[in-house]
Design a protein around this ligand. Structure first.
Ligand code: FAD
Ligand code: SF4
Length: 561
């Protein structure tokens, strides 16, 4: 630690996930000295267990109650299991609170290099200008202070490096990218795609995912073993731990400081500049300071905003860089509690316990409130679906003996689809510091206030109804649909609580994710999103981080930071 204090850094990056990994890579490769502060421990290929059978685990992955003792929230999403649970935050040691009538499941809180990209679903979709300018179209909320043309070259750059498999579909509202060859659809998915197009005019495509189908920068193509959330020894999916962060460290310009929980940004009030950060060493529990010319927060939306709220000073008494008063407000996520499933003919598919597994399926592009269509009456904005087909043994077969064994092997093939919908940014969905609760490091925790509005409720209902409509159009049997209220929320795509905007009175960040108030303080995760379109956010998070780093370096060269 003493050594870290002596070294001088140009930039501090907090968090090594999707955004922090890219910030470090871009800046360190350009020659800047970067200190990467990460709350979690280092990640290593030795931790990857994608090929390990469950019977080699102590509890055969069958004792969730053991994991629930320390991760009662994280375990609500299946990717936190006996293989991976110690990558996740201990919910008891690092809690958050909610009002009693607004439960919120803050899941996917990782504490390891790479953050959420260790376990993410990898669906990678571009936003379009209707997303960036949606307020101008339907009158709700604010436009982003940038347009598709500004981000397009960065989408290209990031996609080429990350490796996104996908098919060009020519959709204006879901722009094509720099794709690796798509993973082919199964027979049932092809049938579904063709019939849904023919009967309803909607586009079903192979999912666009950060899984390689061709070698890239020393990473091997996917060999379809299945459980990417347990790591990948061939580095075939994108995880910032073995891509962007590894590249940054490889330059010799980036120092990874693991197991440190950043508490607050430290200010030089005379010059109105950030001078560094205060962090707590998670092992020794000692507090330390580290300084640099620029501070970039990439700790994931709620965590970055928590740091800003904890950094209040006499000058910024309601949170650092919060002269607008909007810091913490306009929390959005995605609603994903409507969808459906139906059975299809097996078409030659057989159930197997050892066959290759596709780590991705289909994506159904948004079809509500598109440009040139009359506005959909029931709600604003739209949703897409993730899904895919699967063929399983007929576990519910009746009978016994030889007849049962035969019936069990009769394959049951189905398609499942789940909607992912845009949540409107609302002032009354917000985070604040809980004055009464601290984590085990003594840092005040967040209280999260989040609930659905009318728009979300109507959208969820339509997700269920439209899933039924498409499955029926495709000829599925035994169709089941669902449309539950989304509270308690399943939050994996949170955004918007330090939003970007052209007007400093209504926003925290400018279009380069630089705080309006403090020129050498940036927030490069999704907290800057002005709205949260239905496409999954991470491709845009990464592309914007690179764009903002380029701006940051040009400002440093001009000495204006
Ligand atoms: C199960 C799951 C599935 C997902 N699927 C998809 C998908 O298909 N497509 C998609 O686009 N997105 C998906 N996401 C979301 C995606 O993972 C995130 O959008 C993305 O990783 C966010 O990047 P980030 O840099 O903001 O934060 P993270 O990747 O979460 O990284 C933040 C890092 O900051 C560290 N940190 C936090 N607080 C502090 C602190 N105070 N001090 C120091 N370090 C700190 C954390 O330990 C963590 O390593 C999924 C997420 C989950 C959990
Ligand atoms: S399915 Fe592919 S990307 Fe996923 S862990 Fe296996 S090889 Fe890696």
């Amino acid at each position: 630690m003493a050594e870290q204090k002596r070294q001088s850094y140009d930039v501090i990056v907090v968090g090594s996930g999707a955004s922090g990994g890219w910030a470090c890579k871009r800046l360190a490769e350009a020659g800047l000295k970067v200190a990467l502060l990460e709350a979690g421990r280092p990640q290593s290929d030795k931790n990857f267990t994608e090929h390990k059978p469950a019977f080699e685990l102590k509890y055969h992955n069958k004792a969730p109650e053991i994991i629930r003792k320390t991760r009662p929230i994280q375990i609500k999403f299946g990717v936190c299991n006996e293989y991976t649970y110690n990558w996740f935050v201990n919910d008891l040691e690092e809690p958050y609170t909610t009002p009693a009538d607004k439960p919120f499941n803050w899941m996917g809180r990782l504490r390891i290099t790479g953050g959420r990209t260790n376990v993410w679903g990898r669906v990678s979709l571009r936003f379009c200008d209707w997303d960036f300018k949606s307020a101008s179209q339907d009158g709700y909320g604010e436009d982003w202070p940038l347009s598709y043309k500004d981000v397009e070259p960065y989408y290209d750059l990031v996609e080429k490096y990350v490796g996104i498999t996908g098919s060009a579909e020519g959709l204006e509202h879901l722009p094509d990218g720099q794709f690796q060859p798509p993973v082919p659809l199964t027979c049932q998915e092809t049938l579904f795609r063709n019939r849904v197009k023919e009967k309803l005019g909607r586009t079903v495509m192979p999912s666009r995912n950060a899984n390689l189908t061709k070698p890239l920068n020393g990473r091997g193509p996917c060999h379809y073993c299945g459980p990417c959330e347990r790591g990948c020894m061939t580095h075939s999916y994108f995880n910032s731990a073995f891509t962007t962060v590894a590249d940054a460290l490889g330059t010799g310009n980036c120092t990874l400081i693991s197991n440190v929980m950043v508490h607050k940004v430290l200010m030089d009030p005379e010059r109105n500049r950030a001078r560094g950060v205060l962090y707590v060493d998670r092992v020794t529990r000692q507090s330390r300071e580290i300084s640099a010319r620029v501070v970039i927060l990439c700790a994931q939306s709620q965590e970055s905003v928590r740091i800003l709220l904890n950094s209040a000073t006499p000058q910024y008494s309601n949170g650092l860089a919060n002269s607008s008063g909007v810091l913490g407000h306009y929390l959005t996520a995605h609603v994903r509690s409507g969808g459906g499933s139906g059975e299809f003919p097996a078409l030659g598919a057989k159930a197997s316990l050892g066959a290759p597994v596709k780590p991705l399926g289909i994506y159904i592009a948004r079809f509500r409130n598109l440009r040139n269509d009359p506005p959909y009456k029931k709600f604003l904005r739209g949703f897409g679906y993730e899904g895919g087909s699967s063929t399983k043994f007929n576990w519910g077969a009746p009978g016994f003996g030889e007849a049962y064994k035969k019936a069990l092997r009769e394959p049951r093939t189905s398609i499942d689809i789940t909607g992912f919908g845009e949540v409107l940014p609302r002032w009354d969905n917000f985070v604040e510091l809980d004055p009464d609760v601290k984590d085990i490091y003594g840092i005040p925790v967040l209280k999260i206030h989040m609930s659905d509005g009318e728009n979300e409720r109507a959208m969820i209902q339509d997700m269920g109804d439209s899933a039924g409509e498409m499955l029926e159009a495709a000829g599925a049997k035994n169709i089941r649909t669902y449309a539950h209220p989304s509270a308690p929320r399943w939050a994996l795509h949170e955004a918007g609580i330090a939003r970007m905007g052209a007007d400093p009175k209504k926003s925290v960040l400018n279009q380069f994710q630089q705080t309006h108030d403090i020129k050498n303080l940036f927030v490069m995760d999704a907290s800057g999103f002005t709205s949260n379109p239905c496409q999954n956010p991470t491709l845009t998070i990464m592309s914007l981080a690179v764009r903002s780093c380029d701006y940051l370096m040009s400002e440093m060269k001009r000495n204006s930071i």
